[in-house]
Design a protein around this ligand. Structure first.
Ligand code: ADP
Ligand code: MG
Length: 456
């Protein structure tokens, strides 16, 4: 009996470790350290998990923001869990009965489960607010096409790309547009996690028929971040069936993930291939031009003005994703209205210290020249020589292109560093390389590889 209990607890502990790992992957190290890390596993009894935190504030915040995720991940690990409660414990050890919060799955009636199955849509995530450039133009065009068609142009539409590059934005935009055009069409948008959560609840209440019915009546189903479905067999199975059934009925499916179907891990082969049947559109890392375009568009909507040289500075420095760009802009704008004057560059450096540091890996022209000449097997001195044969000129153009995109050097300055060439030569090189990247896949891969090497 005691042994049973011990084993149980250690299992629960192992599950908790896994759950924490998944959540960390999802929300990132910073959020994880501020919130989830505060949780301590206290107890498991009567199918009820008790976690504790050091303060009420943290508890409230975790319940609001993370309890659903914790539950869904934990249910995936262990269907027996009935309830997760979070208590406040100053030592994180002593159990407190006063601050007990129960979020009881048991009390929910099975039918409530389906009431609000589609998640809320963010009104700001519209097509009008989406700035289009090379890296996202295919995804954008495909999204528009799906939203504007009366029938199903490709099924599924599979959108993929790194974090914060606009996948969720595009999905919401599709939903808004479809509803605007025909309010009667039933659109369900939800995260893969939510799908999982509802499905597992349905399993528990032996209500999977009703669960499936929900989807049968839908016209458009969007599942965001399907990488989180991977690995869990029964959910994957169910997802696959739902997915196939809907496609067979010619209902539009839109899926997003952080990787292409081929690269998704932990996904069954038949699922992987089926996901790639329709149109697969990726969003590439943003170019400087697009970053600047997004900043300019967002700046216009702010109450305080941010000068264009600051926007350019941000577009150079913050290269990771749009979410960080937005965050930086909002912080500057808030500060500017607080102090009632325009922001200057010094203030920016200071205000955004943390953000700038994370994307600081500064590349310089010399490093670029070195890596490029190694890669193409030419002499470093040829980067500035007068030789113009293609085998030399092409790598040189690539190096100029990279200097323009990866450093904040001006065109004339770049020209000078490449054997005193004119800035128009640099412009020509940049255009040429862009053109080649579009036309020639293996050339494009070369350039991508160089970028990755230089930036890491
Ligand atoms: P993802 O789902 O790919 O992680 P999101 O769609 O949540 O990224 O985008 C993160 C933030 O960046 C959102 O606020 C979104 O509005 C904004 N965003 C992303 N791409 C663009 C774009 N091309 N134009 C305008 N805003 C964008
Ligand atoms: Mg998203």
């Amino acid at each position: 009996m005691v042994d049973d209990l011990k084993e149980n607890l250690s299992e629960i502990h192992a599950q908790w470790v896994t759950v924490r790992g998944r959540i960390r992957q999802k929300i990132g190290d910073a959020q994880f350290a501020s919130w989830i890390k505060m949780l301590t596993l206290e107890d498991y009894e009567d199918r009820k998990v008790t976690l504790s935190v050091p303060s009420n504030f943290i508890r409230t915040r975790i319940i609001e923001q993370y309890l659903d995720i914790i539950k869904s991940y934990w249910l995936v690990q262990n269907l027996k869990i009935n309830d997760i409660q979070i208590i406040v414990s100053k030592t994180n050890k002593r159990r407190s009965l006063v601050n007990k919060e129960t979020s009881n799955l048991k009390e929910q009636k099975p039918n409530d489960v389906f009431k609000s199955i589609s998640s809320d849509l963010d009104n700001r995530f519209s097509f009008a607010n989406f700035i289009v450039g090379k890296p996202n133009e295919l995804a954008f065009a495909a999204a528009r096409r799906v939203a504007e068609s009366k029938d199903v142009p490709f099924n599924p539409l599979f959108l993929y790309g790194g974090v914060g590059l606009g996948k969720t934005h595009l999905m919401h935009a599709i939903a808004h547009e479809i509803k605007k055009r025909n309010p009667l069409r039933r659109v369900i948008y939800m995260s893969a996690e939510k799908f999982m959560y509802h499905f597992i609840k349905a399993l528990r209440f032996k209500n999977t028929v009703a669960f499936k019915e929900q989807f049968r009546n839908v016209d458009v189903l969007m599942i965001d971040d399907v990488q989180f479905i991977s690995g869990k067999d029964s959910t994957q199975e169910e997802f696959f069936h739902t997915f196939n059934a809907l496609i067979d009925q010619n209902k539009q499916l839109i899926i997003s993930a952080d990787k292409s179907p081929q690269d998704l891990e932990g996904i069954e082969e038949r699922m992987r291939s089926r996901l790639g049947w329709g149109l697969v559109a990726d969003i590439h890392p943003l170019t400087y031009e697009l970053r600047l375009g997004i900043l300019q568009a967002k700046e216009e909507k702010l109450s305080s003005r941010i000068s264009s040289n600051i926007l350019e500075f941000l577009a150079h420095k913050i290269t990771t994703n749009v979410r960080e760009l937005e965050g930086a802009l909002n912080r500057l704008s808030a500060f500017s209205s607080l102090v009632g004057r325009e922001i200057n560059l010094d203030m920016v450096q200071d205000l955004l210290k943390d953000l700038l540091k994370s994307s600081q890996k500064k590349v310089n022209i010399e490093e670029i020249q070195k890596k490029v000449s190694q890669h193409f097997n030419v002499k470093m001195s040829d980067m500035s020589s007068a030789r113009r044969s293609r085998t030399i000129a092409r790598p040189r153009q690539v190096a100029m292109y990279l200097s323009k995109n990866l450093t904040s050097r001006s065109l004339p300055e770049i020209g000078r560093r490449f054997g005193n060439r004119d800035h128009t030569t640099v412009i020509h090189a940049v255009r040429k390389v862009e053109e080649l990247r579009d036309k020639d896949v293996s050339f494009d891969e070369d350039v991508q590889l160089l970028i990755r090497m230089l930036e890491s």
